[in-house]
Design a protein around this ligand. Structure first.
Ligand code: SF4
Length: 234
């Protein structure tokens, strides 16, 4: 057997395991499970590549009405980036600019995030996938309600499984609490490495918070060095 065939076989097998593990997911919102769009995922051939499956997932998100946030959105923001990224960056939810463009972290906080990434030689366009816990903007930029987060979370779980990042960087309290399962504030959660779906997870402050509170910059730099070390070890 050629080397290419061998790797393809291994990749298909891994996809099969991931696929069976992922669907059906009892945490999926009932409205999503009942919908015809989910049926596409169930019926997708197991050798369909991850990029196609990610596109199907994005299509599901674009049509999702599983929680009340769909009624106020201009665009859902499923996330954007490369497959097999070095880092998957996960924030809380889209803000006004993201809602307008359908893209994650495009405002002032996004530009600041790009600076953080470039400080450890990472580029958004080739090393990262950037997304959020919830895909639709909460009104007035309020925190997502716990039920909204839990209804939307299965999308992120599937994204992590399909995208297969080396390391996850969460931004802000809400993303850190939801993905680590801990209830402390971000000041206590950061400074450690956790694991989410088998991927090392490093929490740090949200760029918007650091823009408002420059005294957190030192802690962010420590977290970025932790991230760099985790990448070296991955
Ligand atoms: S926030 Fe998530 S669950 Fe709610 S409508 Fe948007 S995509 Fe669906």
């Amino acid at each position: 057997m050629s080397k290419e065939k061998y790797w393809k076989l291994l990749d298909d097998f891994e996809d099969l395991l991931t696929y069976q593990h992922r669907v059906p997911h009892e945490g999926l919102p009932k409205k999503v499970l009942d919908g015809t769009i989910t049926a596409e995922i169930h019926e997708a051939p197991i050798d369909q590549n991850r990029k196609d499956r990610l596109a199907i997932l994005e299509e599901q998100i674009s049509q999702c009405t599983a929680c009340g946030l769909h009624s106020g959105r201009t665009n859902p923001v499923p996330g954007y980036g490369v497959l097999n990224p070095k880092v998957m960056v996960i924030g809380e939810g889209p803000g006004a600019e993201e809602d307008k463009s359908g893209l994650p972290f495009v405002g002032r906080a996004g530009k600041y995030l790009d600076k953080w990434l470039s400080a450890i030689n990472l580029e958004r366009s080739k090393d990262c996938f950037i997304g959020n816990i919830i895909k639709c903007r909460p009104p007035g930029n309020r925190d997502p309600l716990p039920e909204e987060s839990s209804i939307c979370l299965p999308y992120l779980e599937q994204q992590v499984d399909l995208i297969r990042p080396k390391v996850i960087l969460t931004l802000g309290r809400i993303a850190a609490q939801i993905l680590t399962g801990h209830v402390e504030g971000i000041g206590r959660l950061r400074g450690k490495t956790y694991s989410y779906r088998g991927v090392p997870l490093i929490p740090t402050y949200h760029p918007s918070g650091v823009l408002r509170n420059p005294q957190y910059r030192g802690a962010v730099w420590e977290d970025l060095k932790r991230l760099q070390k985790a990448l070296d070890e991955a």
